[in-house]
Design a protein around this ligand. Structure first.
Ligand SMILES: C[S@@+](CC[C@H](N)C(=O)[O-])C[C@H]1O[C@@H](n2cnc3c(N)ncnc32)[C@H](O)[C@@H]1O
Length: 261
């Protein structure tokens, strides 16, 4: 299925749109310059499609959830572009399988695409706790989980994730994999809570989404509040001696974090 979005929301997608816009305004320019620009645009514009074609297709349940999400009318700051999608879903599913995670925590579920993708790699006794603030998004997710093969493994917690994380810690819960994908200004607090309140099981991994934030941390003319929050989070993480991390330039960036032994 196509995963095309209404507007580009990744550094590569934004660069491809800019190059196409410049290319459309090149009347009268040296043909060699136009050819170089066309080549640059082809390299950038074709990357996401190629990566998608080389990645295991999404399940029918995930495709159905994506179609359903795109058909909804969103407000309250939510939009269909929030959905992570095919390649990131496959990456997260691979991460669950590779780490043999049995307990997964998601901070920021939206309509449940990444939650369901990760749940698909869990064993039958596995469990994924998904935190979501918005009732509408949570209702769409619950509807999709009800008819999805792995949906029964997802435990949806509606409310502010900061409070939910404290409740989980009070209950002595621990997770092998934590995926952080909620409000960008909250990222530093979520990571601190996960580490300080021992929500991360020994050997566990935290995956943090949107750490490239549309290229804003290094190339914004006027960074948005989200761009500034991610730039500050990335700088803080780079100086955090509790952990080691790698920023994987997949889609809008996913940073993998684990405690230093
Ligand atoms: C980028 S979307 C998540 C996308 C989702 N992981 C996926 O792959 O489809 C971010 C979500 O975080 C939620 N969110 C924002 N602030 C939150 C908070 N304080 N607690 C819980 N969820 C929050 C938003 O309502 C939104 O649905």
């Amino acid at each position: 299925m196509t995963t095309a979005t209404a507007r580009p929301v990744t550094p590569i997608g934004i660069a491809a749109a800019l190059l196409a816009s410049v290319e459309a305004r090149l009347d009268g320019v040296d043909p060699d310059v136009r050819a170089d620009l066309a080549r640059a645009r082809a390299l950038v514009a074709g990357l996401d499609d190629y990566v998608g074609r080389c990645t295991t297709p999404a399940s029918h349940d995930l495709d159905a959830l994506e179609v359903r999400t795109r058909a909804e009318v969103w407000d309250a700051g939510l939009e269909q572009e929030m959905l992570s999608g095919h390649v990131e879903g496959a990456f997260l599913r691979m991460l669950v399988g590779m780490t043999r995670a049995r307990r997964v925590l998601e901070v920021g579920m939206f309509t449940g695409y990444s939650a369901l993708a990760m749940a698909e790699a869990l064993p039958a006794d596995g469990r994924l706790v998904a935190c979501e603030l918005d009732e509408h998004a949570a209702a769409v997710a619950r509807g999709a989980f009800a008819s999805a093969t792995a949906g029964a493994l997802v435990d949806v917690r509606v409310g502010d994730a900061a409070a939910t994380l404290c409740q989980l810690a009070d209950a002595g819960e621990q997770f092998d994999l934590v995926f952080v994908d909620a409000d960008k200004a909250g990222y530093a607090g979520y990571l601190d809570t996960v580490l300080d309140l021992d929500l991360l099981a020994p050997g566990g991994v935290v995956a943090v989404d949107n750490t490239l934030l549309q290229g804003e941390p290094w190339a914004a003319l006027a960074p948005s509040s989200n761009g500034s929050a991610i730039a500050a989070f990335n700088a803080r993480l780079a100086a955090d001696e509790r952990v080691e991390q790698v920023l994987v330039p997949l889609r809008d960036g996913v940073t993998l974090v684990r405690r230093v032994a």
